[in-house]
Every structure is written in C-alpha cells, then in structure tokens.
Ligand binder design. Structure first.
Ligand code: CAA
Length: 382
C-alpha cells in the first residue's frame, strides 16, 4: 500500500529542519549571500542540531537516516537558503561513495571524521575539460610502489577549499574512457593537493566552490576507493543516489518562491485591489503550487526507490530535472509577481532566481538528465 503519511519521528525531523531554516538560516541568508561568505557559524549550529551528515549510519556516529528522510531535511533547509544547503550536499556526495564501496577501515576513518566534529568533504569529479562528459577526464592516477600518484585539476568543487578529505576520480588509462576511471580518498593535508581561490558565484554564495589541483599527490593503495576501473560506475551510482537531494533543494526553493509570492500578492494593491485578485497573478501562483506538489512526489518516489535498493537512475533524473526546472520557473514568476521590487536586492526573490539557476546546472545539467531518462526509456523499448 502507498502511504504518504510521515511517521512521528519523520514529522519531528521535518519540523526541526523547518525551524532551523526559519530561525537560523533565513534571517542571515541575505548577508552571507551579499558578502559571498562561507556560512561557518550556521554550519556549526546545523552540526550541533544533528542536521549534517544525516545518512551516515549510527555505527559511525551519524543519524542513520534514509535517503527519503534526508530529502525531508534538504527541502526544509533549502527553503531557508539553497546555498547553505549545497554545503551539506557536498558532504553527502563524499559520503555516498564510501557507503557504496568503502572498506570498513576507510569508513571508520573518514565517516567518523565527519561525525566527530564539524568537518567538510568534497566530490572531485568535474574538470575544466570534462564536465558533462565525465568519462573524458584527464586527471591521471599512476601506479607507484604500493600506491598511486595523482596528477591533474578538478573544477567547480563544492567544499573544495574547506574539505578535510576529497573523494577524487582519476584515470589509469585515458584511452579506456569510463573503464579507466578509479576513485581515491585524499586527505586535504596530503602534499601536492592545492585548492584554488573561492569562486565568486551568481548564487549559492554561502557555499565554497574552488578548483583543486593535484600535483604529484602520492597516496597509498589503502586509499583507493573500490577496484581499479570501477570509479566511473561508482560516480554514476553516487549521483543516482544524490540527485533526489538536489531535487529536494529545488522543491525547497520553489516553495519559498510560492510563499513569498502569495504573501506579496495579498499585500500589494493595484487598480484598487490586492494583486492576488488578478487572474494573471492567480494563475502563476496556482502553477507554482501544482509544480511544487508534483516535484515533491517525484523526489519522494526517487528517494524511496534508493532506500529499497532499486535502480533509481531514471527516477532520480526525472526528479532532479522536474524539481529544479520548477524552482527556476517558480523563482522567475515570483520576481515577476514582485514587479520592480522583485528585481531589487532588498526583496528575497531575486536571490531565489540566482540560486535556482545553479540547480539546473550542477550534479548533471538538466540536458544530461534528459539523456539519462531517454537512454532508460529507449533501452526498455528495445
Ligand atoms: N549506474 C551504474 N553504472 C552506470 C550508470 C549508473 N547510473 N551510468 C552509466 N553506467 C555505466 C554503464 O553501464 C557503462 O558500463 P559498461 O561499460 O560496463 O557497460 C559505463 O558506466 C559507461 O556508461 P556510458 O557509456 O553511459 O557513459 P557515457 O560516457 O555515455 O556518459 C553520462 C554517461 C550519463 C552522460 C555521464 O557522463 C554523466 O552522468 N555525466 C554528468 C556528470 C555529472 O553529473 N557531473 C556532476 C558533477 S557533481 C556536482 O556537480 C557536485 C557539486 O558540486 C554539487
């Protein structure tokens, strides 16, 4: 039987995240955004409240939540600030490969590091010349003695400059494309690992994004994550599991756009009545509400499938695609409803529009999500 009723524990979790977003994130979101400052104080409070590293099993000190429960948190936090939620997403992206392919020793060392004190981690896949076409990466891993030497450059890495460790993907043989890719865990104090400057971004400005250079970085074989040549699949499996969280951020941003739009439409008067009385405004608000509901259902379904151990590649791509497009549409319409005020920094909706844009780009552009979905549909039809 399908049930959409949350358990009392899940309701409490949702309520805790909602209160945190309203009380600790939303009031300072604009300041951090303006300054482009990493919101360390907020992350400290989120860590103390137990809202970080939620999917890490209890045996490593985490909350042991399901992917579904994690999306409940992500939606609430994103309604307060999408950029701050991206920082938590970065930790999740580094956690998932360890949960899928980590040895007990690796999990014990790195997952416990994330839960014992406020610690950040990153997922180093993208390169200046290899974004959507991840298998064409140029960062190399060369066997040396009982270990490897990494050489190359990664770009647009969330938490790149603040991470205590990086999950990095490198190729042992570029001619093999995806089959050459291998994953490694690299502690950030390893000589030769050099983060670039914090990028100045359009949105998500409370998060840290840098390039990461690997200059003859030597690591022991014990830090290889999974088998040689299995790194690409590991990256794809990780993204399949993480994309419902991006979708949840999209739902949170769209919900915030809807909330601000409804409030403003009731307050703002034109032609002798609140603009909420005009059908043009009502239609935009109704469409936002419709899409928020639909996006949430896709998100919950994809996350639920992950929790059942099912292949959720297509469903995660559908959720990510629809929810982040919804966020962009809702934020753009919110700016329209606010009119000239919507374009001004002192009102909250222009930030939503800037933040929504990145959701359509990171963790696989929405064009890549179309490709993933189409491949699944066409494979099933042949
Ligand atoms: N699960 C398991 N295995 C998978 C898989 C999946 N979801 N998808 C592909 N594979 C396997 C395939 O089965 C194939 O294996 P075999 O060779 O054994 O058959 C192998 O991987 C290669 O697959 P493809 O031939 O499909 O690979 P491709 O080169 O055509 O690329 C792609 C596929 C889906 C376009 C992939 O390149 C892709 O997802 N690109 C987008 C990358 C991305 O999302 N980047 C985001 C970076 S993270 C980020 O943004 C984080 C942040 O900071 C917030």
């Amino acid at each position: 039987m399908v049930s959409f009723e949350l358990t009392p524990e899940q309701q409490l979790l949702q309520e805790t995240a909602r209160r945190f977003a309203q009380n600790e994130m939303a009031p300072v979101a604009q300041q951090y955004d303006e300054r482009g400052e990493f919101a360390l104080k907020v992350y400290q409070k989120a860590f103390a409240t137990g809202l970080l590293n939620d999917i890490i099993p209890e045996k490593y000190g985490g909350a042991g939540l399901t992917t579904f429960e994690s999306t409940l948190i992500a939606e609430e936090l994103a309604s307060g600030c999408a950029g701050m939620t991206t920082t938590t997403l970065g930790n999740g992206l580094a956690t998932i490969p360890l949960l899928i392919a980590g040895t007990e020793q690796q999990r014990e060392r790195f997952l416990t590091l994330l839960t014992s004190k406020l610690t950040f981690a990153s997922f180093d896949l993208t390169e200046p010349g290899a974004g959507s076409d991840a298998a064409s990466m140029s960062t190399t891993a060369t066997r040396k003695g009982n270990g490897y030497v990494l050489q190359g450059e990664k770009s647009f890495i969330t938490n790149g400059g603040v991470a205590s460790f990086h999950v990095v993907f490198a190729t042992l043989d570029k001619s093999k494309r995806s089959k050459g890719v291998t994953a490694f865990i690299v502690p950030s104090d390893t000589p030769g690992l050099i983060p670039g400057k914090d990028e100045s971004k359009m949105g998500h400005r409370a998060s840290n994004t840098t390039s990461v250079r690997y200059e003859n970085v030597e690591i022991p074989a014990s830090l290889r994550l999974g088998e040689e040549g299995q790194g690409f699949k590991l990256a794809m499996q990780t993204l399949d599991r993480a994309r419902s969280s991006v979708a949840a951020i999209g739902v949170g941003v769209a919900r915030a756009a809807l909330h601000h739009s409804a409030q403003y439409a009731l307050e703002r008067t034109t032609f002798g009545q609140p603009i909420a009385q005009h059908q043009g405004i009502q239609f935009m608000i109704a469409q936002m509400a419709r899409d928020v509901e639909a996006a949430r259902l896709l998100t919950w379904h994809a996350a639920w499938m992950v929790d059942q151990g099912m292949n959720a590649s297509k469903e995660s791509a559908c959720a990510k695609l629809f929810a982040t497009d919804t966020a962009m549409r809702a934020a753009t319409d919110a700016v329209q409803i606010f009119g000239g005020n919507g374009y001004m920094r002192e009102y909250p909706v222009e930030k939503l529009m800037r933040d929504a844009k990145l959701l359509q780009i990171y963790e696989g552009t929405n064009q890549i999500q179309h490709i993933v979905i189409a491949r699944h549909v066409l494979d099933a039809a042949t």
